[in-house]
Design a protein around this ligand. Structure first.
Ligand code: ADP
Length: 261
């Protein structure tokens, strides 16, 4: 088992919600697998996901500790991302560990510029290289055919499902190692949802994935591993089939069988 990320005794508290605490979380994200985080609303799934690329830094006054390790692909060493302090380290972290939110978040600019944005930040200025990388990312995100004739039009004119695939294209253009999905389909219709699920499964060939979902069918359809969380605790973690067919903890079983949630 090769892990791309490892949380070791990680804890996190918001200043105004001390009860909403992640407690000593030990969780591994395996390479080229999909790990689903499930559990009732408010149990800390999003907080945990956001910690994996330190978006939680944006909430002032929070307290956290323990370790979150990320494999440095070049020298195969694990680095503690909680030690990153410099702005440049955080920008690089968020390139390596990308995030897709529940509501599609296209920038108010053209379709092309949305995808080129991160590439330009990464220093790519050459026009033909930019064009090639944008096209590649849009193809990989399965949205190219729908937008290739209107790349200069505003991304805000796209449908919700297209916008979400555009956001995935923007994230994968900068070649991340990990992608974090926070309820990526809960604002979408069933057809767009199926397209995004199919895309996520394809992406795991190259990218390791963690996904928060309140949709248990979705977790069982696409994930390899499932983590069940409850009140800030990681209650049970295992292969998705085991968690859904043969949960070891009673709380997991009660949740899976719909007794609460
Ligand atoms: P989930 O994703 O499982 O629904 P969250 O991680 O979003 O849970 O939230 C866990 C708890 O932390 C909730 O009680 C929520 O109200 C609280 N919380 C989330 N974000 C913040 C924040 N920025 N400031 C204070 N409390 C927050």
């Amino acid at each position: 088992m090769k892990n791309i990320m490892e949380m070791k005794d990680f804890y996190f508290t918001y200043p105004k919600a001390p009860e909403a605490t992640l407690k000593n979380i030990n969780l591994n994200i395996e390479e080229n697998k999909i790990t689903a985080l499930i559990g009732p609303s408010g149990c800390g799934k999003s907080t945990l996901l956001r910690s994996l690329n330190r978006i939680h830094d944006l909430y002032p006054g929070n307290q956290y500790g323990g370790k979150i390790l990320l494999k440095d692909i070049k020298n195969r060493k694990m680095e503690n991302i909680l030690m990153y302090k410099k702005e440049i380290e955080l920008i690089d972290l968020r390139r390596r560990v990308g995030m897709i939110f529940q509501k599609p978040t296209p920038f108010p600019m053209s379709i092309f510029d949305n995808v080129a944005y991160g590439l330009k930040l990464a220093g790519i200025k050459n026009k033909s290289e930019l064009g090639g990388r944008v096209e590649k990312a849009l193809k990989e995100a399965a949205v190219w055919n729908e937008v290739k004739d209107r790349l200069k039009e505003s991304a805000l004119g796209m449908s919700g499902g297209q916008q979400q695939r555009l956001c995935i294209a923007r994230a994968i253009a900068v070649e991340p190692e990990v992608l974090l999905f926070d309820e990526p389909t809960s604002a979408l219709d069933p057809i767009s949802t199926a397209a995004i699920e199919e895309l996520i499964v394809e992406l795991k060939e190259r990218i390791s994935i963690a996904i928060v979902t309140h949709n248990m069918q979705q977790a069982s359809r696409i994930s390899d591993y499932t983590a069940f969380m409850y009140l800030g605790d990681l209650v049970e973690f295992g292969e998705t089939e085991q968690i859904f067919l043969n949960p070891k903890k009673k709380q997991t079983e009660d949740y899976i069988t719909g007794r609460f949630g």
